[in-house]
Structure formats: structure tokens, C-alpha cells
Design a protein around this ligand. Structure first.
Ligand code: IPM
Ligand code: MG
Length: 361
């Protein structure tokens, strides 16, 4: 039987509660003979800092390097925000992305019929929505050098960061985006700010040239400010969006709200060989941590993406997604997706319901 080696990094805040539910889902599939699971857990983020003085401890990084895939909860801990930047919890996820070359971030935004009323947008604007944001994840202003805060001759401080993309980095994410569009609606919208920024003029030129190799995919370009507006005005015009690291960070949070709750959105961050890190796109939500209130569905759906992208097990991924649809159709809801007539449950009960929906086999 296929052995799948998964590193589990629960992290901070609600991270441990939600990953526990995704792990239970993977265990259920393993017990049904779908695969044999080798799983190891390690601290990361604030938990990593508390355990060994660094948000991404050496041993955690080693475990991630030796695993086939990583299931990641969330990092972030306000009480550590006064630490020097390199020791803050968020550095763990940035470090993992960079160390493992996880350059392709897939953030699908799908609306489940039961949740069309949970969005702050009108149901007719969002119902049936199914879009995929492809965010470049290891370049751009997030990692560009130089960066810092310097003191000018007059004593005033000045902060600076560098937005930078190499052609090869744009081509590499572009290929993933065109390939993804081919498997979906064959429409790709590349988002940039070519009217102002040199880096993104290059982005647009490279995407346009690459598009010639994909004549079957309809390529369009949009400035990021317009894209932010169009996502609210008419989100269903989009099939696949591809963009840089910073624009993708912002647009994917915006897109999550179209679906009703950020608690529903999974993500995959892949390297060139489909090794991946899978995480919900939401954060560590310290305000509700440890209270059995968090929605575990984004993490459970991230585990489904793991099976699909890193292990090529689409049938098993489909089964998890069907189980999630079933619990939503049964009316179960955590607080973030509570709606008239729904049955309010906690994190653990929601996870157990998904496990139960997978049947016994
Ligand atoms: C995300 C998060 C991260 C990012 C933070 C936690 C560093 O917002 O994954 O979208 O900015 O990429
Ligand atoms: Mg973000």
C-alpha cells in the first residue's frame, strides 16, 4: 500500500484544534485502506519559539524536508509581536516557503450552495462562484533585497522594501497558472500594476509571451486595483487569476469573503515537484483559540488538496470534499457560517461529522 509521509505543524492559536480534525479525517481514510499514513508532529511559529527559541526550529525544518507533504495549522501570537522581526511567528511560514521553494500558491474560492447567504455580498453575485487564485509565493517585495529602515542625514528615518521579479520566476508561476486554467474553464487573468510599476510591466510582458504557448487558454490582464473592484462587482467573470506575492496576499483575503467565511478556504503551496504545504488561508485567531469555536473545514479541505496535488489521489480528495458538502447540507455550522436554521456545533463535532460522513467501508 502507498505510504504517505506527512509532517503536521499545528502552530499557534486555533492551529492545534483545527489540524487535529484534519488529522482525524486522514486517519479515517487510512483505516479504510486508502493509504498507510506516516505522520510526525513538530512545533512551529510561536509554539516553535517557546519550544526552542526560534519560530522555525531546525528539527521542524528537517522534518518538513524529509516529509512528502506538510499539513500546517496557523501561526501568529500577539504576545510575541514585540520580538525582533526574525523571531516573530510569521517568519516560520515565510521561512518554510522559501526553504522548500514552495513558489506556487493555489487558493481556490468556491461557494457551497448552503453558504450563499453567509457572504456579505448578495447571493446572486456569489452563488455558483468557483475561482482559483494562483499567487507567486517566494519572490516579490516579500523577499526582495535590500530592505530595512535607515536614518537619513537629517536624522529622519526611512523605510524601504524592494519589489523584484526575475523572468524565470514569472515563467514558472505562469506555467502552473496556464496548466491550471487548461484543467478548468481555460480563462486566465493576470493581475499586475503595469501602469506604474516596472516589475509588473515585465510580469505582463512575460505572461503575454508565455500565452503564445497556450493558444487554447484565453489570457487577459487586469490592474490590481481594478481586479480588487471586479472581485466584488462581478466575481463570476473570473476562472483563474495569477498574480505576484503581495497582490495575491491581498486579493485572496478579499476573495475568501465572497464565499461567506475565511474559515472555509484551503490552500496548497507547491514546489516544482508537487511537494506541498497545505494550510487554511485564515490565521491563528487567538481570540477564539482553545474554545472549540473554530471552523476546521478549511484545514480538512486543505488535507483534500494534499491528497489531490501531492499524492495524486483525486478519488480520496473528492470523498473528503463530498463529506464536507454533506455536513453543510445537513445544516451543521460553526459560528462563522451560522445561518438561519443551521445546527450550531463546535470544532470537534464538526470534524467528527466529516469523519462520520466518510463512512466505515
Ligand atoms: C498568508 C498570510 C501570510 C502572508 C503571513 C502570515 C506572513 O497572510 O498566508 O496569506 O502574508 O503571506
Ligand atoms: Mg494573507
Amino acid at each position: 500500500m502507498r505510504i504517505i509521509k506527512v509532517a503536521v505543524l499545528p502552530g499557534d492559536g486555533i492551529g492545534p484544534e483545527i489540524t487535529a480534525q484534519a488529522v482525524a479525517v486522514l486517519h479515517r481514510l487510512a483505516s479504510q485502506g486508502c493509504f498507510s499514513l506516516e505522520m510526525d508532529e513538530a512545533p512551529v511559529g510561536g509554539a516553535g519559539y517557546r519550544a526552542s527559541g526560534h519560530p522555525l526550529p531546525e528539527a521542524t525544518l528537517r522534518l518538513c524536508k524529509s516529509a512528502d507533504a506538510i499539513l500546517f495549522g496557523a501561526v501568529g501570537d500577539f504576545s510575541l509581536d514585540t520580538l525582533p522581526r526574525e523571531l516573530r511567528p510569521e517568519q516560520a511560514i515565510l521561512g518554510l516557503r522559501k526553504e522548500l521553494s514552495l513558489f506556487a500558491n493555489l487558493r481556490p474560492a468556491i461557494i457551497y450552495p448552503e453558504l450563499a447567504g453567509a457572504s456579505t455580498l448578495k447571493p446572486e453575485v456569489v452563488s455558483g462562484l468557483d475561482l482559483l487564485i494562483l499567487r507567486e509565493l517566494t519572490g516579490d517585495i516579500y523577499f526582495g533585497q535590500p530592505r530595512g529602515v535607515r536614518t537619513l542625514e537629517n536624522g529622519e528615518r526611512e523605510g524601504f522594501d524592494t519589489m523584484v521579479y526575475r523572468e524565470s520566476e514569472i515563467i514558472r508561476i505562469g506555467r502552473v497558472a496556464f496548466d491550471a486554467a487548461r484543467k478548468r474553464g481555460r480563462r486566465l487573468c493576470s493581475v499586475d500594476k503595469a501602469n506604474v510599476l516596472e516589475t509588473t510591466q515585465l510580469w505582463r510582458d512575460v505572461m503575454t509571451a508565455l500565452g503564445k504557448e497556450y493558444p487554447d487558454v484565453e489570457l487577459s490582464h487586469m490592474y490590481v486595483d481594478n481586479a480588487a473592484m471586479q472581485l466584488l462587482k462581478n466575481p463570476k467573470q473570473f476562472d483563474v487569476l495569477v498574480t505576484g506575492n503581495m497582490f495575491g496576499d491581498i486579493l485572496s483575503d478579499e476573495a475568501s469573503m465572497l464565499t461567506g467565511s475565511i474559515g472555509m478556504l484551503p490552500s496548497a503551496s507547491l514546489d516544482a515537484n508537487n511537494k506541498g504545504l497545505y494550510e487554511p488561508i485564515h490565521g491563528s485567531a487567538p481570540d477564539i483559540a482553545g474554545k472549540d469555536l473554530a471552523n476546521p473545514l478549511a484545514t480538512i479541505l486543505s488535507a483534500a488538496m494534499m491528497l489531490r496535488y501531492s499524492f495524486d489521489m483525486s478519488a480520496e480528495a473528492d470523498r473528503i470534499e463530498a463529506a464536507v458538502r454533506k455536513v453543510l447540507a445537513d445544516g451543521l455550522a460553526t459560528g462563522d457560517i451560522d445561518r438561519p436554521g443551521s445546527k450550531r456545533v463546535g470544532t470537534a463535532a464538526m470534524g467528527s461529522a466529516v469523519v462520520a460522513a466518510l463512512g466505515v467501508q
